[in-house]
Design a protein around this ligand. Structure first.
Ligand SMILES: Cc1ncc(COP(=O)(O)O)c(C=O)c1O
Length: 416
């Protein structure tokens, strides 16, 4: 109306308008002076090929889990989300075989759980003992060093075993507050025995931390029965969820240590005083905002834990063992030596005379299949084939063996 036009004109004449005019001009100029154009790649649709993920992870995600992750999201603090998180907690308790109340999922990959475990249970200057027989122990040693722990390394060649006696001797010497061991050493293809170590740790007043990122669901682990104080895993291996969430559980001994600290943990995001509240584990009536959890990731994780619960742990362990044994027989037929035994990830010796990088590239190009080389100390020593969870089928082992046979036929073989 004409009165609105008049009042708008009056407003423009006002001293305030006069003062803000240059600002408005600057705003307009900045909006029209974009110097970086929209990138051409962003104007093309997303492309992600279908691949057989037969490496050490991530592994293929079944349609049911993909569909769960693709559901419309809800708020991370909605009551329905709390219910889903409570379900996840129960699913993890089953998968870990624990009754620990302090059982949550990290918002982050396996490394988030590694850091959470160390950051919360160790204070700067305290002694930590780490068993290293592949890459993962070395990673944890570095994480502990970065937060100021006094780290003692027990080192074996990749895939080596530690005897309980060796562990106890090192414990007597270094008096650690935390001992780390990898259950499924994915870089070296080894499943390390656990029995008896938890008791040794108790005797020496040390917490026992075990990494099951590459073995959970594929090889038996019993957190409570084996006296493991802190256990973690990842979502993207035998659980077949997308990467980005990582279940972790702390028993009462671990809780006592981490909630009676003199110093705060170095990480705010990974501080268990906050995370335990966010996951409803601290007994307080209300859950407060701490960080925005990965809602879609938690949907998918819940579905993958549901599949494990439906299938049953024992059946899952049996299946991994059966398919691994089937794969070993096929490798023998091809004349390929396999190394150590972890039912989820098989390490094979690089076939003599072949370039492992060329073989892997050939298999990727002609079979749309990922297998990988070694990792850390096992680089150049091995190639790795992972058949985990949803991928753990004899038909997939056949495809992997067929791809390997094809690569042996068509890749260059040196005369040496
Ligand atoms: C035994 C083990 N621990 C830890 C990790 C680290 O997990 P992420 O890559 O999810 O951070 C991996 C990943 O391959 C692993 O195999």
């Amino acid at each position: 109306s004409s009165s609105q036009v008049r009042s708008a004109a009056a407003a423009l004449d006002s001293p305030l308008a006069a003062r803000s005019a240059p600002l408005l001009q600057r705003l307009e100029r900045s909006m029209s002076s974009v110097t970086i154009p929209p990138p051409a790649c962003m104007l093309r649709p997303l492309e992600a090929p279908l691949r057989y993920l037969f490496g050490p992870g991530p592994s293929n995600v079944p349609p049911r889990v993909l569909a769960a992750g693709g559901r419309p999201i809800i708020g991370h603090l909605h009551p329905e989300m709390y219910e889903i998180m409570n379900d996840i907690k129960k699913g993890i308790q089953y998968a870990f075989q624990t009754e620990n109340n302090m059982t949550i999922s990290m918002s982050g990959s396996g490394h988030a759980a590694m850091e959470c475990a160390v950051f919360n249970t160790v204070e700067p200057g305290e002694s930590v003992l780490v068993a290293i027989n592949g890459i993962w122990g070395e990673r944890v040693a570095e994480i502990a060093e970065r937060m100021g722990a006094n780290v003692h390394r027990m080192v074996k060649t990749p895939g080596g075993y530690f005897t309980n006696k060796e562990i106890e001797q090192a414990m007597q010497k270094h008096k650690p507050v935390l001992f780390f061991l990898t259950h499924g050493e994915s870089s070296a293809g080894l499943c390390h025995p656990i029995d008896g170590i938890g008791d040794i740790c108790r005797k020496h007043d040390c917490l026992f931390l075990v990494d099951t990122v590459a073995s959970l669901g594929a090889a038996p682990i019993f957190m409570d029965k084996q006296n493991i104080d802190i256990l973690y895993t990842g979502s993207q291996k035998a659980l077949n969820a997308p990467p980005g969430t990582a279940p972790i559980s702390f028993n009462d001994r671990a809780c006592h240590k981490m909630f009676n600290r003199k110093t705060k943990p170095v990480s705010y995001l990974f501080d268990m005083t906050h995370l335990s509240n966010y996951w409803g584990c601290d007994g307080k009536p209300a859950r407060a905002y701490h960080h925005t959890g990965p809602v879609s990731g938690f949907f998918a994780l819940r579905e993958s834990l549901a599949i494990l619960a439906e299938r049953g742990l024992e059946e899952s362990w049996r299946k991994h063992k059966e398919v691994a044994a089937y794969l070993y027989r096929g490798l023998e037929d091809l004349g390929i030596n396999y190394w150590l035994r972890l039912p989820s990830v098989t390490t094979i010796a690089i076939p003599k005379g072949y370039d492992w990088r060329e073989m892997l590239a050939y298999i990727m190009k002609h079979h749309q299949m990922e297998m990988t080389g070694g990792l850390g100390p096992s680089i150049g020593m091995v190639m790795r084939i992972g058949l985990m969870g949803y991928n753990c089928e004899k038909s997939n082992a056949d495809m992997a063996l067929h791809a390997l046979a094809d690569a042996l036929k068509n890749c260059r073989k040196s005369k040496a």
